[in-house]
Design a protein around this ligand. Structure first.
Ligand code: HEM
Length: 456
């Protein structure tokens, strides 16, 4: 157990093939537990002012080289296409980025199925097209460490010119790392080949580094397309950022109305997620939560669905099984290993309580859903179209993901049972999209390349 929580013990320098000293630490480093942090969104009004800020800020961004060190806080930085344009990065480089990144998240709303109440016209001002140029994230172990890191970042910002702070958002979770719905989150992550970190049980084989780090070989045996020139693209990655407002009270009401006891409520909520609140997987503990299992990194992800082909333990429609079907037989064949993501989401708002009802949903609780992948845009658009807002791949027609689907009446959720399956209606859009952006997370040398305008 100590081996699993002790990164130093799991790290073998002789297994490293990645340029850890050039990769932003945030890509490989998990959030601490507990964690606090800050997202800041900035707009660049003046190219030289923006480059000067990047140059200075890059000095505060740790690399992944010391990622097993016991750090108090770490910062990451990513840029949108409009941000790169505002920094006057050469046109040939801009043209070499993937089209969805060039267009930005709001412009991709159709491909993302971000329509109706999730459409960009309802998004926060910080995410209106062309607004968020640069995103800064600080993760810290405690408030004191966050205050120190934030003061440094704000000091650099205060000394800059031609850059506007558009929005900042604090986040955090307790030691049990529960999200606004009271479920432990960010348990399952891919293992990355060449990072030097041994996989935990259940991570299966390591995924080719090029699925996450640009310039490295991907699962297909070759690198995915990388922005030009190499100095800009190599060792960077792409980031999907989506801000969700959680309707926790409405979710509580829904499970209360469908269940006859508290135990029943817990079972239904677990069926919708695929795990119990503690993180214990349903396939390993089908009848009751098991807090010891949920907290044990040696066991809590060590499962597949081979013993549950019909979904009698964990429904095919559960959020976790939809987004990583593992060895499930799918009606529409998909290579799951090119859809793995490094999740770096952050929770904000009050701690979950059973007593909350829809009346208490004031919009102050939610999740910044963030992931990193070299194929980030293809992956999120595929997820949104096929695995989140449809059910055909698991023979469930138009049924949608019960946590993050954009629901339309009747809002169904199907639980396989014998002799007949149970279908529940009335699932709502429990997480409403309030904005987002497609970002590029450059390597540390690429941040210097941008900051110094090395193309000149
Ligand atoms: C915004 C509200 C969301 C909530 C409350 C939520 C909640 C959860 C929970 C409780 C788990 C299980 C814990 C774990 O295995 O880490 C999970 C897993 C996961 N979620 Fe979400 N999630 C949200 C959004 C999303 C979105 C938008 C996506 C994808 C576009 C997503 C993708 C995943 C993936 C890939 C897993 C891991 C599955 C696995 O590897 O077994 N989540 N989520």
């Amino acid at each position: 157990m100590a081996f699993l929580t002790d990164l130093t013990a799991r790290f073998k320098r002789e297994h490293v093939t990645l340029a850890l000293d050039d990769i932003q630490a945030l890509i490989l480093r998990s959030r601490p537990e507990p964690y606090v942090g800050l997202h800041a969104m900035l707009h660049i009004d003046d190219a030289e002012g923006g480059r000067d800020l990047i140059r200075r800020m890059a000095e505060h961004i740790p690399s992944a080289a010391g990622w097993t060190d016991d750090r108090e806080a770490w910062m990451g930085m990513a840029l949108s296409f409009q941000g790169l344009k505002a920094l006057e990065v050469p046109q040939a480089s801009l043209d070499s980025f993937p089209l969805p990144f060039q267009q930005g998240m709001a412009q991709r709303s159709e491909q993302l199925r971000d329509v109706g109440s999730n459409a960009p016209e309802h998004w926060d001002p910080a995410f209106q097209p062309g607004t968020c140029h640069l995103a800064l994230t600080i993760y810290a172990r405690d408030q004191a460490a966050l205050d120190v890191a934030k003061a440094k970042a704000m000091d650099e910002l205060g000394r800059s010119h031609g850059v506007t702070l558009v929005a900042q958002h604090a986040f955090g979770a307790d030691a049990d790392a529960k999200n606004p719905f009271g479920f432990r989150d960010s348990i399952s992550q891919p293992s990355i080949a060449g990072s030097g970190i041994a996989p935990t049980p259940g991570q299966e084989r390591a995924i080719a580094a090029g699925e996450f780090i640009l310039g490295e070989n991907s699962e297909t045996g070759a690198p995915v397309a990388m922005p030009d020139p190499t100095e800009l693209g190599r060792n960077g990655s792409f980031v999907v950022l989506r801000k969700y407002q959680s309707q926790v009270g409405a979710f509580n009401d829904f499970i209360r109305n469908q269940a006859s006891s508290e135990a029943d409520e817990e079972l239904l909520a677990a069926k919708m997620v695929g795990r119990w609140r503690s993180g214990a997987p349903l396939v390993m503990s089908p009848d009751h939560d098991d807090a010891t299992l949920g907290a044990d990194p040696g066991r809590n992800n060590d499962f597949d669905f081979s013993k549950d082909p019909r979904g009698l333990l964990c429904p095919h429609a559960a959020h976790m099984r939809r987004l990583n079907p593992r060895d499930s037989q799918l009606t529409i064949l998909t290579d799951i290993n090119i859809h793995r993501i490094i999740r770096r989401s952050s929770t904000f708002g009050p701690k979950w309580q059973r007593s909350l009802t829809a009346q208490d949903d004031k919009g102050d609780s939610g999740i910044f859903f963030i992931f990193i992948s070299a194929r980030a845009y293809d992956t999120i658009e595929f997820f949104q179209q096929e695995w989140i807002n449809r059910g055909n791949f698991i023979d469930l027609g138009e049924e949608r993901d019960p946590l993050v689907g954009l629901q339309e009446p009747p809002g169904s959720f199907t639980i396989p049972e014998t002799p007949v399956r149970r279908r529940i209606d009335g699932v709502n859009t429990f997480n409403r999209l309030r904005g987002g952006e497609y970002l590029f997370m450059p390597s540390l040398s690429a941040l210097r390349w941008i900051g110094n305008a090395d193309w000149r």
